[in-house]
Design a protein around this ligand. Sequence first.
Ligand code: ZN
Length: 403
Amino acid sequence: MSDALLWRTLAREGEARTGVILTRRGAFETPVFMPVGTLGSVKGVRFEELEATDLDASIILANTYHLWLRPGHEVIRACGGLHKFIGWGRAILTDSGGFQVFSLSDLRRVSEGGVEFRSHVDGGLCFLSPEVSMEVQAALGSDIVMAFDECPPGQAAHDAARASMELTARWARRSRARFDELQREGADAGQTRDANGSSDEARMGVDGVSGRQAIFGIVQGATHLDLRRESLARTVEVGFDGYAIGGLSVGEEKEVMYEVVERVAPSMPSDAPRYLMGVGTPEDLVECVARGVDMFDCVMPTRNGRNGQAFTSRGKLNIKNARWTTDTRPLDELCACSVCRRHSRAYLRHLYMTGEMLAAVLLSHHNLAFFLDTMRRVRQAIRSGEFTRFRREFLVGTGSGVE
Ligand SMILES: [Zn+2]
């Protein structure tokens, strides 16, 4: 049987690497940024825009927790799986729901079996476990499934972080077992090949991958390096198609986050993708690529865009600022996106100040373009052996302040 996902390294520079991930819905190069489509939509951005050359996102992330509560995974299964439901033919990664349960819901009760909590939507009592998470992600039919983990607070003390890490390790085993059962039962709504092995997606040219879902394991352990090492060993022992670092960017100091990534990522299997969950700013992305990470997701481009903040090659720009009132320059003079080609800071500020929904649309588009283009330039730099210089110049630029 062929693999659900394949990884090939193209070039390395120090710990930074560029490679190709082959999924059943296409191949894409890393390092890669995945726009977040929480409820099955990347807020304020049409799928045509995500596919067009400006953004050209090859994979997006959707949230299991949110889609499970609304509209419900059985609704999405009945509509042919998440790709058909939302109208997106490229790859989708779904998280396990764990992070949202621990960050959004009230009255959590964590037991060996799973987590009981109250829905943030209607207050109803819900139960999420490794098995339920795998069943929901099979019904969604995403291309990459995440194992169900517990996310301890960033500053968790060693004892609490150890207990949590061990629970995550046991849940990883249960996630893997239920995931494999569901694949055998044909529960995956996103399969791209029928039982005979023939594929109606052969046109995508993804040879050598099976048409089944892939599954990633998650390394936890808060900021304790000994726990992170043990978590990594136990996750690799279970065996996954890729490995993620979870539980960072949850309130710890930035330097602490960089140190954990620096100590963990290079020890992760070199023949599988490495994914840093929920991180971060453009500077974080570049810094963590330098420490060996391949995949990222973050809500910042769209969330901050809706709040009037643009990311630029000279740092963050607050569009509310009165100094842009008659400024006819684009958001970022070095950005080639359609927003920067057409519109001025003055116009975008006017849209924002008058509450026009187009402000959020245009700022989200530019921010996504900036994140995705930064990754494109990172890949190019690694391929041509110029990543060290790129990294230095990028950080000088974003740290210099918008003029
Ligand atoms: Zn732009």
